[in-house]
Design a protein around this ligand. Structure first.
Ligand code: ADP
Length: 162
């Protein structure tokens, strides 16, 4: 059985992330969504909140598991016996970033293969940071995240537009 990890910040998980995880789960025996504890960017949600929201979002897919992780992604892959890393590609800027990261990860762990999923057109523009910006000013985000994530974003914003 092939196990894949899908690492990221998931701050919060969006329909774009969920779509990639779902597609990966159709191909691989098991997909472990790895929620990174300390991304370089400033996060809105705590690690626990991010893990909880992601778990709720994929609870209907039996071969997806959500776990927090703390150190190097390649070490997390070893910990869960994954030989594939899944990432999503939206615009070309994602490619540049993924390319650099893949080169570094290959040096660190040559046996870990990277598999990238091209984002569906409806999610090409969707990123967590933009979503939070829209939510912050009271915009409708219902089409971009599951209902429980939309609620959590509203709560973060004190239930009212700022
Ligand atoms: P990171 O902090 O590593 O950028 P993210 O949580 O933003 O992690 O995203 C995790 C992965 O999911 C990345 O490979 C990212 O490119 C991908 N991704 C993010 N948003 C989307 C989307 N809308 N459609 C497809 N893939 C996406």
């Amino acid at each position: 059985m092939i196990t894949a990890i899908y690492p990221g910040s998931f701050d919060p998980i969006t329909n774009g992330h969920i779509d990639v995880a779902r597609r990966a789960a159709r191909i691989f025996g098991k997909v472990v969504i790895g929620v990174f504890e300390k991304p370089t960017k400033i996060v809105t949600f705590s690690l626990e909140e991010r893990v909880k929201m992601a778990s709720e979002a994929v609870k209907d897919i039996p071969n997806i598991e959500v776990r927090p992780f703390y150190g190097l992604t390649v070490d997390f892959a070893k910990e869960v016996n994954a030989n594939v890393m899944v990432r999503g590609l939206r615009v070309s800027a994602d490619f540049e970033r993924e390319f650099d990261m893949a080169m570094m990860n290959r040096k660190l762990s040559p046996e870990l293969e990277l598999v990238c999923f091209i984002a569906r057109p409806e999610y090409q523009f969707l990123r967590s940071s933009l979503l939070k910006e829209i939510a912050r000013v009271g915009g409708d985000i219902a089409n971009f995240v599951p209902a429980h994530v939309a609620r959590a974003l509203k709560e973060k914003n004190g239930n009212s537009p700022i």
